[in-house]
Design a protein around this ligand. Structure first.
Ligand code: ADP
Ligand code: TRP
Length: 335
């Protein structure tokens, strides 16, 4: 049987180039070898997005991004998390084998605690909801429900996949060998793409290069990327900016080598890098942008695609859940 790849993106903002080169592109590269299940984690977004219109809109944007960037519906089952409600039952069951201390160490929660401490605030109980605190358990359920073997993600999600492994192993230890223990898959050269301000490119930092920006906005955002003060004819460190990381993922190895040599040899200025990156991306995105616009003008079509995906994913989910229910003592469960 073919092994399974699964990944999710939460609809908390417009997709950016970091999402594409860090997660979407590596995930699409796996589809020739793996059975692929890619989904929109809408209930994960609910920890922060509380406007219903926005949640729907962003869900469609993430779905359209996958499709516009080349997802082939004959190869991938694309669905919306909440259309496969079995995941929430599994999430509860996994929560019952999840040590509370593991959640305390999960990085999203830890970052909020650290920030509160930095600001001299006492505790985070008033600002952290249980959804955010238990976020890694639902993510583990997403992964485990589809018996996933590999999970392509960016570096920031590695710890969450590790937690999914821990919970699968713990469950298997207690209840028998029922769950597949997943493995993370990270593309080393795109593990953490840096944003405009030099920090990780992230919707929550407002430092992103939007994937479907029109040419003028793309150029303006690229121009605003922070670079160090190295003079145009001095040797530069290509890795110090997200622009080179992005360039390398899209350009051919030959083109990348030339740009790297020119930067390191003081023969290309940062402005020069900005120009070549814009040219490359702008050209690369011509067709995806058009596909994205077409899809977003027909939300009914996106909804249908997501529902069809859920119809394919659900029998798999029901099957795994049946085995889980039996193993924990639901002997009366009939399929
Ligand atoms: P964000 O941090 O912008 O909210 P998400 O958490 O929705 O992004 O991430 C969706 C996917 O994109 C995940 O697999 C994540 O690891 C990947 N990803 C996000 N930002 C980056 C980045 N800057 N570099 C590499 N991968 C990224
Ligand atoms: N937590 C992931 C993120 O913030 C999104 C996600 C939810 C996910 N469930 C998943 C990723 C399962 C991989 C597998 O990007």
């Amino acid at each position: 049987m073919r092994k399974r790849a699964l990944t999710g993106i939460k609809p908390t903002g417009t997709p950016h180039v970091g999402n594409y080169v860090g997660a979407i592109r590596p995930a699409l590269a796996l589809t020739s070898k793996y059975d692929a299940y890619y989904f929109i984690a809408d209930y994960h977004a609910l920890t922060t997005v509380t406007d219903p219109v926005e949640l729907t809109q962003l869900t469609y944007e993430v779905a359209a991004a996958w499709l516009a960037m080349g997802l082939d519906l004959n190869e991938v089952t694309l669905y919306r998390q909440s259309d496969v409600p079995e995941v929430f039952e599994l999430s509860w069951i996994l929560g019952c084998v999840a040590p509370k201390g593991l959640m305390n160490r999960a990085h999203a929660y830890k970052a909020i605690v650290a920030e509160a401490e930095r600001q001299g605030r006492r505790g985070v109980d008033a600002t952290v909801n249980m959804g955010l605190y238990g976020y890694p358990v639902l993510m583990a359920a997403d992964i485990i429900l589809m018996s996933s073997d590999v999970v392509p993600v960016g570096q920031d999600q590695a710890q969450h996949v590790e937690i999914a492994r821990d919970l699968a192993e713990k469950f298997n230890f207690i209840f028998g060998d029922v769950l597949t223990v997943p493995q993370v898959s990270i593309r080393p050269t795109a593990a953490t793409i840096l944003g405009r301000d030099g920090r990780k490119m992230s919707k929550s930092f407002g430092n992103v290069l939007p994937l479907f920006a029109e040419s003028d906005e793309l150029l303006a955002t690229i121009r605003r990327f922070k670079t160090d003060s190295t003079a145009p004819d001095e040797p530069k460190e290509p890795e110090s900016t997200g622009l080179f990381q992005i360039y390398r993922e899209i350009a051919s190895p030959g083109e990348t080598e030339k740009v790297k040599d020119a930067l390191e040899g003081g023969r290309m200025s940062w402005m020069g890098l900005k120009d070549v990156t814009f040219e490359l991306l702008d050209h690369f995105l011509v067709e995806p942008r058009q596909r994205y616009r077409d899809l977003m003008s027909d939300p009914g079509q996106i909804r249908r695609i997501l529902l069809e995906g859920a119809e394919k994913a659900r029998p798999e989910a029901v099957d795994l859940l049946a085995r889980v229910r039996t193993s924990i003592g639901r002997e009366d469960y009939e399929r």
